[in-house]
Design a binder for this molecule. Structure first.
Ligand code: EPZ
Length: 430
């Protein structure tokens, strides 16, 4: 398994191109199942999770072509172009060996049910950050008229007479359940209302694409989404939005190292909570042409208190990165994780680097500055991994981050992008 070696101390200075959003690309790819037409997605990031979704869709019969070159599109974004054509769906089964690799595979459930009237999808199972059930997906689909059974680790869903629109009130906010139901409702008879829907920008991006495919959706990006079902959808071309978590990650790294970095392609409008939190630490974040500039002016890093919450609140996917940053703040910070029940696995590894972190249930108290020291550390999930890289950028001496495959799921060319801004970082094949 590859590992990453970092020697701390360099300031990050330069420019980083932000790629297309992983968490927008995955549902957008699943949406290709809703039509026999051709869906073209631009600004596609090159990530392990994208490859997993590609394999999953291909075994459903989706014909997939990728223009692998990175090129700049009309909207100024760079990235690959992916074409997906589900002319015929040859299998409605999503097998365990693929779904267990990536829980976002469950996003084929709604489209398969809507397009084919049936779906057999492995239960995704939990992952490092939590049990991550899919009950909200299943109860929503049942309200659209699907019959659902759980059998030997699989979801067996049928809608022989098709789906019928309904008013669905989510008992809890769920990004994936909102996406699955929004896609399924596009082909349901009549109107569906999703209440207490998730408001993440990736949902609005998905809705924009579905509307370009002929769907009738209003309110995406708010907590109340209305979908008027149509008979069928056609193909479309859609540029994937920029990855706000990748941008937030590099912004945090720039502040951590006392640097000055321009994030080309970052969409400030999707990052207000992260930008506000970074500004409270004493950094300056300014909008520049086509992106963001992040500079840490003062030497002193201010400690802050925050908690994660659904969009537009501070994103849980930025919690680990921010915790690494707070290790260097001068004073006591507190971060509360409200979304996932086990998303503090970066804490013991940061403590091995000298961080002073005390866990009180879902709240972490961080006392700084820790003067971090390099160490061999272990990654456990995507965002925990990158928080260890951020810590390594300032730690005294050498840090080796193991199990780098976690990083490959969500960060394209991470080492190259950081090295181009002056970091002493390299990837070691083992
Ligand atoms: C999406 O996961 C993201 N993944 C996650 O990003 C992100 O952390 C999460 O939203 C929250 O923002 C993708 O978009 C591919 P949820 P998702 O359904 O949809 C519970 C990353 O690092 N829940 O909003 O799975 C669930 O256990 C990843 O890029 C139920 O109880 O998240 C969690 O506690 C990690 N029942 C909470 O809701 C359900 O049916 C939020 O989950 C569904 C979810």
């Amino acid at each position: 398994m590859d590992r990453i070696r970092i020697r701390g101390g360099a300031k990050l200075e330069g420019r980083i191109r932000i790629g297309g959003a992983k968490n927008a690309a995955l549902p957008l790819m699943a949406a290709s199942l809703l039509t026999s037409g051709r869906l073209t997605l631009a600004n596609l990031p090159h990530l392990a999770d994208i490859a997993t979704m590609t394999h999953l869709l291909a075994q459903h019969g989706v014909l997939i072509g990728m223009d692998g070159d990175i090129h700049t599109g009309p909207e100024g974004q760079a990235g690959r172009t992916l074409t997906l054509s589900a002319r015929t769906v040859t299998s409605t089964t999503a097998p365990y060996d693929l779904v267990r690799k990536m829980r976002a595979s469950v996003l084929v459930l709604g489209p398969l049910l809507a397009r084919c009237g049936e779906a057999v999808v492995s239960l995704p199972g939990g992952c490092a950050i939590g049990t991550r059930p899919v009950n909200l997906h299943l109860s929503g689909l049942e309200q659209l008229g699907a019959e659902i059974e759980l059998e030997r680790g699989y979801i067996k869903a049928r809608a022989a007479k098709g789906l019928a629109g309904a008013e669905i009130v989510f008992p809890a906010v769920s990004v994936g359940a909102t996406e699955n139901l929004m896609m399924a409702a596009c082909l349901a008879r009549g109107q569906t209302v999703l209440d207490n829907a998730a408001c993440e920008p990736e949902i609005a991006d998905l809705a924009d694409c579905l509307i370009a495919m002929g769907a009738r959706i209003t309110g995406a990006g708010t907590s109340r989404i209305m979908i008027d079902g149509v008979g069928s959808l056609h193909g479309a071309h859609h540029p994937i939005m920029a990855d706000r978590i990748e941008a937030g990650t590099f912004a945090t790294a720039a502040v951590m190292t006392g640097g000055d970095v321009q994030l080309d392609g970052a969409e400030a409008g999707t990052m207000t909570a992260v930008m506000a939190a970074l500004a409270r630490t004493g950094a300056s974040i300014t909008r520049v042409d086509g992106g963001l500039r992040v500079v840490r002016d003062a030497n002193r890093l201010e400690p802050i208190t925050l908690e994660t919450s659904p969009y537009p609140g501070f994103p849980t996917d930025m919690q680990a990165q921010f915790m690494a940053l707070m290790c260097e703040a001068e004073g006591e910070s507190a971060i509360t994780e409200t979304i996932f029940e086990n998303r503090f696995m970066h804490v013991p590894e940061l403590m091995r680097m000298g961080a002073d972190i005390e866990l009180q249930g879902s709240k972490a108290i961080i006392r700084g500055p820790a003067r971090l020291r390099g160490a061999p550390v272990m990654a456990t999930d995507l965002r925990a991994s990158v928080s260890l890289v951020i810590a390594g950028l300032v730690a005294e001496g050498e840090t080796t981050v193991n199990r780098v495959y976690h990083l490959d799921r969500g960060y394209e060319r991470l080492v190259e992008k950081l090295a181009a801004c002056g970091a002493e970082i390299e990837r070691l094949a083992s």
